[in-house]
Design a protein around this ligand. Sequence first.
Ligand code: PMP
Length: 453
Amino acid sequence: MTTVDRSRLAALHAEEEQRFVDLHPTSARLAKEAGEHLLAGVPMPWMTRWPGSFPLFVESAEGGRFTDVDGIGYVDLCLGDTGSMTGHCLPAVAEAVRERTERGITTMLPSTDAAWVAGELSRRFGLPRWQMAMTATDANRFVLRFARHLTDRPRIAVMDWCYHGTVDETLGVLEHGRAGDRVVPRPGALGPQVDVATTTAVVPFNDLDALEARLAEGDVACLLMEPALTNIGIVLPDDGYLAGVREVTRRHGVLLVNDETHTICAGPGGATAAWGLDPDLVVIGKPIGGGIPVAAYGMTEEVAARLEGPMLGHDIDVAGVGGTLSGSALAMAAVRATLSTALRQEDFDVSVPLAEQFTEGISDVIAEHDLPWHVQRLGCRAEYWFCPPPRTGAEAAAAVDEELDAFFHLWTVNRGVLLAPFHNMSLFSPFHDRSDVDAHTSAFRGAVEALLG
Ligand code: PMP
C-alpha cells in the first residue's frame, strides 16, 4: 500500500502557498485592507478556513463558475457549501427578487407565494404541513423546541460527529472511556451555554443497538439526523439501518427529524423521497432559495394537529420559534422561482452523472497508485477521503488528515477548481459539464503524482 512522504508533502505545500500568493495580488491587497475593521479580516469566521494565506475575493459568479478579482476563472465545486447548489444566479430567482424588491420585501404578513411554496415542498418531501425559517440552523432550533414541548422530554438525540448548523444542543460528541461513553462538547465548540450532556444524547451512526439502548432511557424528545452523514465526509447508511431507526424511534415515542439540508443532493425531495423514508419532520435550508437566505420545516398531519391550537396561540411571538424576517415575501418569491426552475428531476439527471464521472476519475487514480483512500457519492455530491470508507462519524473524524486536506485544496484552487472547505466535498449543478469534472480529475492526478514523486 502506498504511503505519503510527509516532508515531501510539506515542501510541495510551501511551493503551492507561494504560487497562490503570486497568482492573487489583488485578493492579497483586499485581504490586507479587510483586516482593518473586520474581525479576522472576514465577514464570517469560517471564511478563514479557505486554502492559501488569505481568502479569494470574488468578482462574479454564474452557473457552475466564478471569477476572482485577479481575473482568474474557477470551476466552482463548492457552490457556497450547498447554498448555490442550483448553480449561481438562476435567471428566475433574479427576476423574482428584483420584482419583490419593487413590490415589498417584508411586511410580516403572508405573501401570495407562501401557500404555493408549502404545496411544492409537500409534493417533494411527502410531508403535508410546513413552516418557514431564515436558515437551516433556525429551522432545526425550532423543531427541537417543538419536539421537547410535544413530548415533555428534556433531551434531543443526534448522531456522533453530525453537523446541523450552529445549534447549541447539537455540538456534542461521544467520548469513549473505561466507564463507558459520555457526551462532551465537540472539539472546537466555543462557549457552550450549558453542559451539552444535559441537553443531548449522542449515538453512533449505523448502530441500531446503541440507538435502542439510549432511547430506552425515555428522556429523548426527538432524533435529529441526516439520512447519510455529509459533514464528516459522506457516511452512507448500512442496508436496513434507516428502516431500523424509524422502527426504534417510533417504538420509544421519539420524533424522527430528517435534516435534508445537504442530502437534498439525493434528489428533488432529498433522501426522504429518494429512499422512501417516513420521518415525523423534515428540515431543509440552503439551496431552496437559489442563494437567498430561507429554510423550511415540514411535518406530518399528526404532528401538525398536536402543534396547532393552543401551542400556536397568544404567546407564540415569544415562544422561541419564528423570526421577524422568516417567511418574508422576498424569501417566498425566491423559493417559488427556485423550485419552479431548479432542483427538479431533470436537473439531477444532469448533475448526478457528473458526480458519477467525478467518482470514477478519482477511483481510477486511487487504484492506479494503490492508495488506501476512497471516494464516496450521494446523488450530485461526491467526496474523497484519505482512508477506507468509514461506517461511523467517529471513524471518519479519526481519519481526518489536515495536511493532505490543506494540500489538495490549495493545489486544486491553484489550478482553477474550488472544493468546499473543511473537507474534500464537490457538488455538481446542472450548469457544470464533463470538462469541469475533467479539470478536477486532472488536478487531482497531478497532485497525487507530485506527492508520490
Ligand atoms: N444542517 C445541515 C445538515 C448542514 O450541513 C448545515 C450547514 N452546513 C446546516 C444544517 C446549517 O445551515 P445554515 O448554516 O445555513 O444555518
